[in-house]
Design a protein around this ligand. Structure first.
Ligand code: NI
Length: 313
């Protein structure tokens, strides 16, 4: 998972980051120090001690005073700041972007990808943080299995699958995963993805909003029986959501939902046959198929144990 610095950098992929469990060998740190000179972040190869970083601290030198500013406001990242994006952060993003052409030129593809994820996606990372706050607020009073935790698991599943699918737009995938239940008809009475659009409008381009909404609309099981989403991002988010209806968590969610709606145990068990046991054969991506096989086996083992313990009526 990402480890966000106050400015939106992702420490988890940063080659300087050495906090547990992200320790680096002396050789790796030296390579990073050489890389830092190559891309112009330093004017000489600094020592391993100097290049190693254990994350932002208020006492660290920060050109934009981001850490101090967030500490003063009592927030973790700029995403929670009402003044975001302020002049200082606009400058920070512009300066970061100015390094990108040089990095592209002198780095290997692998080095560039690491730098991109660690530093050049600050704004996208902060946008994702804002989306998480938005859905947490939206689902504040939901406890029946369609809640913030479900959404975060779907996002985790989606990003895990996205790593193995080339050509996938990670930002579209992540935002669609986070907003996939924002207008769920079981929870909200909205039209035309109103809740998702309320968050997205003004934050990203109109054509990307349409792509995200199309992706969200292809996820629902009941509304898309037998239909394969047209886009890769849609197929990934659909798989991610369906995986969360399987395995141990799928069982827990089924009974939580049944309890919330006053359903007897037997009725919840029927839901396994109507939906959960069918999901294994409806996965789109290879990664999801593998994950689904394990979760399906757990569902079957649970049902056979339950069958033994229940009584015939
Ligand atoms: Ni869902």
């Amino acid at each position: 998972m990402k480890i966000l610095a106050a400015c939106g950098n992702d420490c988890s992929v940063c080659p300087r980051y050495t906090s547990l469990p992200y320790e680096k060998t002396g050789e790796e740190l030296q390579h990073t120090a050489e890389l830092w000179m190559k891309i112009g972040y330093r004017d000489h190869v600094v020592t391993n001690d100097e290049i190693a970083c254990s994350g932002c601290r208020p006492e660290n030198r920060c050109r934009y005073r981001v850490i101090k500013c967030c500490a003063e406001k009592g927030i973790k990242t700029c995403a929670a700041c009402p003044a975001y994006p302020c002049e200082t952060m606009r400058e920070c993003f512009a300066v970061t972007r100015s390094f990108e052409p040089k990095c592209r030129e002198v780095c290997s593809d692998a080095e560039y990808e690491i730098l991109k994820r660690a530093f050049f996606e600050k704004e996208q990372n902060l946008l994702i943080e804002q989306a998480i706050s938005y859905i947490s607020e939206l689902f504040r009073s939901n406890a029946g299995g369609h809640d913030t935790e479900h959404t975060l698991r779907v996002r985790r599943n989606a990003m895990m699958i996205a790593e193995t699918e080339s050509g996938c737009d990670r930002e579209i995938t992540e935002l669609a995963a986070l907003l996939h239940d924002a207008d769920d008809h079981k929870l909200f009475h909205t039209e035309n993805n109103r809740n998702a659009r309320t968050f997205l409008e003004g934050r990203i381009d109109a054509d990307r909003i349409e792509r995200i909404c199309a992706c969200i609309n292809s996820v629902s099981f009941s509304r898309n029986r037998g239909k394969i989403p047209e886009t890769l991002e849609g197929r990934i988010v659909q798989d991610a959501d369906r995986l969360d209806a399987m395995g141990a968590v799928g069982i827990a969610r089924t009974f939580a939902y049944g309890g919330e709606h006053g359903r007897p145990l037997r009725e919840s068990v029927q839901h396994f046959h109507d939906k959960l046991l069918l999901l294994k054969d409806e996965m789109n991506t290879e990664t999801a198929k593998q994950l689904a096989a394990k979760r399906h086996a757990f569902l079957e083992a649970f049902l056979s144990e339950l069958d033994e313990e229940m009584i015939d009526l």
